[in-house]
Every structure is written in structure tokens, then in C-alpha cells.
Design a protein around this ligand. Sequence first.
Ligand SMILES: Nc1nc2c(ncn2[C@@H]2O[C@H](COP(=O)(O)OP(=O)(O)OP(=O)(O)O)[C@@H](O)[C@H]2O)c(=O)[nH]1
Ligand SMILES: [Mg+2]
Length: 197
Amino acid sequence: MSPPLQLRFVLSAPSINQLPDSPAEVAFIGRSNVGKSSLVNALARRTDLAKVSKTPGRTQHLNCFDLDGTAATIVDAPGYGFASAPKRVRASWQQMTEEYLLKRENLEMVLVLVDGEIGPTKLDVEVLDWIRHVQLPHTVVATKHDKVKASVRDKRKRELAEGCSLIPSDIVWVSASKGVGIDRLRDLVRLWLGRGT
Ligand SMILES: Nc1nc2c(ncn2[C@@H]2O[C@H](COP(=O)(O)OP(=O)(O)OP(=O)(O)O)[C@@H](O)[C@H]2O)c(=O)[nH]1
Ligand SMILES: [Mg+2]
């Protein structure tokens, strides 16, 4: 078993200029409500570190956490595709996240979260295409494994990978609520954060 990541909330940055100095960073991006904040909490085995909400669009800033004993950081980014937000608000979130991804030089890995129950949406595929186009290091994480019935899991894993133009073994499946895949992801995050320190 992999011990929880000792994460500490550093700050919630409304713009990229306010991000802390950090030698290595892992970013969590994905549709609003996909489970980014829940996953950060699961990695730390905490319930209240990152704010989780049933209301999409809860995370509006770049929320930074550092790994105990290092200055390496995890960033929980605002979600995209929050349908009920006014267009102007949506555009400014998207702009900030894009600027962040393009300018942040310490990014060791971008975790692109895709809802395991519903698979990649059109918007997820567009984001993945853009990430590939700008050549950012990235890993697709499929969330809410517990919501996929055991009887359809193999098929869903194949379909989700195909939808992301990947093979099933490229995808890290997790369930923040049931703990599936969390140990493996903790080890990967430690590895990525250790690179710059
Ligand atoms: N069943 C199940 N529900 C989950 C899981 N992870 C997250 N959820 C639920 O999904 C909803 C959204 O979770 P968040 O972690 O707030 O999602 P987010 O991606 O941070 O959303 P934004 O901050 O709006 O971008 C909450 O109701 C969570 O309880 C999971 O592994 N399994
Ligand atoms: Mg969130």
C-alpha cells in the first residue's frame, strides 16, 4: 500500500502570476464535475483539502498544494465545460487554464481527467487534441470507476481508450470514493514530482 501524499494547501491563485515557485508540478484538468478535487483529496486521504461540490464549477482558481518537505506542487485547475456558467465567465476560466498550461515551465505531468461513467465528451477530445498539439506531457485518468458496472467494465475500458485515441493500458482508472487505482496514482505522482526536486 502506498502511504497518502502529505499535501498542504498553499494558495488559490486567481491568475498565473500568483502561483508559487515550484521545481515540479502535476496539474489536474478536466470537465467540471469530473472529480478533480475529489481525486486530490483521495491521494492525500483527506476529505476537506480540496473543495468538492455537487455544483459544477466549484473550483474557479488554480488551487495549489505542496508535497510535504518539498516545494513541488499539485494544481487543481478549474473545470471546463460548465454549461450553466455565463459565456464570459467560461471564456475567462478557459483562458486562464490555457495560459497556465502553456507558460508553466515546471509542469512534469498534466493529468487529463475523463469521466469513466460517460467516457470522453467532444470537449474532452478537443482538449486532448490541443494538449497533444502543444506537446504537453499528459496522462489520461478515468474517474468514477465505481459507477461503471462490473459487467460492462472491460467494454467501457476499451471504448474510453479508443475515444481518447489510446490503448486501454495507457489509461489510469480510479475511484476516489472506493480507492481504486489510488495507490498506483500516488506512486506516479511521487515519481513526477520527484523529477524536479
Ligand atoms: N461515485 C463517485 N463520485 C465521485 C467520485 N469522484 C468524485 N465524485 C463526485 O463527483 C462530484 C464532483 O466532484 P469534484 O471533485 O468536486 O469535481 P471537480 O472536477 O473538482 O469539479 P469542478 O471543481 O466543478 O471543476 C461530487 O459530487 C463528487 O462526490 C468517484 O470516484 N466516485
Ligand atoms: Mg474542483
